[in-house]
Write a protein that binds this ligand. Structure first.
Ligand code: UD1
Length: 427
């Protein structure tokens, strides 16, 4: 398994381009299963989860073409689809594989998708996806570790009034996609409002779907018989942009962050402002972050969009270890998302955990050691901590970070960080 070796203490300077959003690209690729015509997607990030999704779609009888893989553009064509299976071997490496369930059952009336199971950050059930599909007329059984979904008599799903008990991002995306081909109208209440949902709505509309209510928690979908091909460019990755904003602030550097959408970063920008970090908007899609004169900790609670994203919590914790005073970080989305805290503590951070609250006292002098990445965003938090730690940090299990950050080593090196990848077979 590859590792990262990071020698901390360098101020980061320069310009970094933000890649396309993984969490927009994945549902967009799954949406291509809804039509027999080609769907071309641009601004796709070159990350491991995209490769997993392309393998999965190919397994489900799609033709996935790109100049090379990984690529920035893909064309996906699913001429026909019967008995689609999303096998355990692929689903276990990427929970977002569940995004194929809605499109597959809507298109072909039957789908077999492996149950994703839990992951390091929590149990992460998919009960809300399944209950909504049942309400739309699907028969769902879970047998031998698989979700076996079918529409009786090979018919179409039926429009329904779905009220999500809890806000779920991929749940909203799955049902939105299923509803585009259902008979009649589907109303989704308490739907997620993440920018990635709006991006999916834009793609689905280009494919001929009729959807109202974007950016709100009530979505209305009037089902159509067929969707057609489309071309779409996915939005920038707001989590990657947020990670680089924090990288600039934590290393006392100055970074220009291009090709991002500042409108999607409201909660983080407000929080950084409170903490003393100055972020300027140079152009509509360019931000510049300057080191704080005095970095002061403040409290943060993760929430669904437009609140503070759980996917930036680990990175914010790294920043909080360097801020003066006490920061209380409350995680409300996932039950076990503080695994990075114990690794940061091993580096010298002063953090205490009490259930869903982490209390961080700063500033702490961090020192390099060997740490383990436990999930995608936790790894990013550890990279940030390592960038300010004294001496050398070795981060193990970086396959987690490769799932969702494009060329993170190269991007950080170009900004002056002392980071290298140690390949499993070499050094
Ligand atoms: C998506 C994102 C992930 C992000 C998360 C929260 C993708 C591919 N992944 O994950 O990066 O961290 O949103 O912003 O977009 N829940 C249930 N039952 C369900 C579904 C969800 O109880 O059927 C719970 C989950 O366990 C969790 C909460 O709802 O506690 C939110 O999860 P959800 O929004 O579904 O996360 P994902 O869509 O898996």
């Amino acid at each position: 398994m590859d590792k990262f070796k990071i020698r901390g203490g360098k101020r980061l300077h320069g310009t970094v381009r933000i890649s396309g959003a993984k969490n927009s690209a994945l549902p967009a690729m799954a949406a291509a299963l809804l039509t027999s015509e080609p769907v071309t997607l641009h601004n796709i990030p070159k990350v491991r989860d995209i490769i997993t999704m392309s393998k999965l779609l190919a397994f489900m009888s799609a033709r996935v073409s790109a100049h090379e893989i990984p690529a920035e553009s893909y064309t996906i064509e699913t001429k026909s689809m019967n008995d689609a299976v999303a096998p355990y071997e692929l689903v276990k490496t990427m929970r977002a594989s569940i995004l194929t369930l809605g499109p597959a059952i809507a298109r072909s009336g039957v789908a077999h998708v492996s149950l994703p199971g839990g992951c390091a950050i929590g149990a992460r059930p998919v009960d809300l996806h399944l209950a909504a599909l049942e309400k739309m007329g699907a028969r769902i059984a879970t047998e031998h570790g698989y979700i076996q979904a079918s529409v009786p008599n090979g018919g179409r799903l039926k429009g329904a009034h779905i009220v999500f008990e809890k806000i779920t991002v991929t749940g909203t995306e799955n049902i939105l996609m299923a509803a585009t081909l259902a008979e009649g109208e589907t109303i989704l209440e308490n739907a997620a409002r993440e920018p990635e949902i709006t991006d999916l709505i834009h793609l689905l509309r280009k494919m001929g779907a009729v959807i109202h209510g974007e950016d709100t928690s009530t979505l209305r979908v009037r089902g159509v018989e067929k969707l057609h091909g489309a071309t779409h460019s996915v939005i920038p990755d707001r989590i990657e942009a947020g990670t680089f904003l924090i990288a600039g602030a934590i290393t006392d550097g100055e970074l220009t962050i291009t090709d991002c959408n500042p409108g999607h970063l409201g909660a983080l920008l407000a929080k950084l402002g409170t903490d003393g970090v100055s972020v300027e908007r140079l152009e509509p899609s360019t931000l510049r972050v300057h080191a704080a004169k005095r970095l002061v900790g403040s409290d943060v609670t993760t929430e669904e969009y437009p609140g503070f994203a759980t996917d930036i919590q680990a990175q914010y914790m790294a920043l909080a270890t360097q801020a003066e005073g006490t920061s209380v970080i409350t995680e409300t989305i996932f039950e076990n998302r503080f695994l990075h805290a114990s690794e940061m503590m091993r580096m010298g951070a002063n953090i205490s955990i009490d259930g869903r609250r982490a209390v961080v006292h700063g500033p702490a002098k961090l020192s390099g050691t060997t740490v383990q990445a436990s999930d995608l965003r936790a790894s990013a938090g550890l990279v940030l901590a390592a960038l300010v730690a004294e001496g050398e940090t070795l981060i193990e299990r970086v396959y987690h970070i490769d799932r969702g950050y494009e060329a993170i080593v190269e991007k950080l090196q170009a900004l002056g960080a002392d980071i290298e990848r140690l390949h499993a077979t070499g050094s």
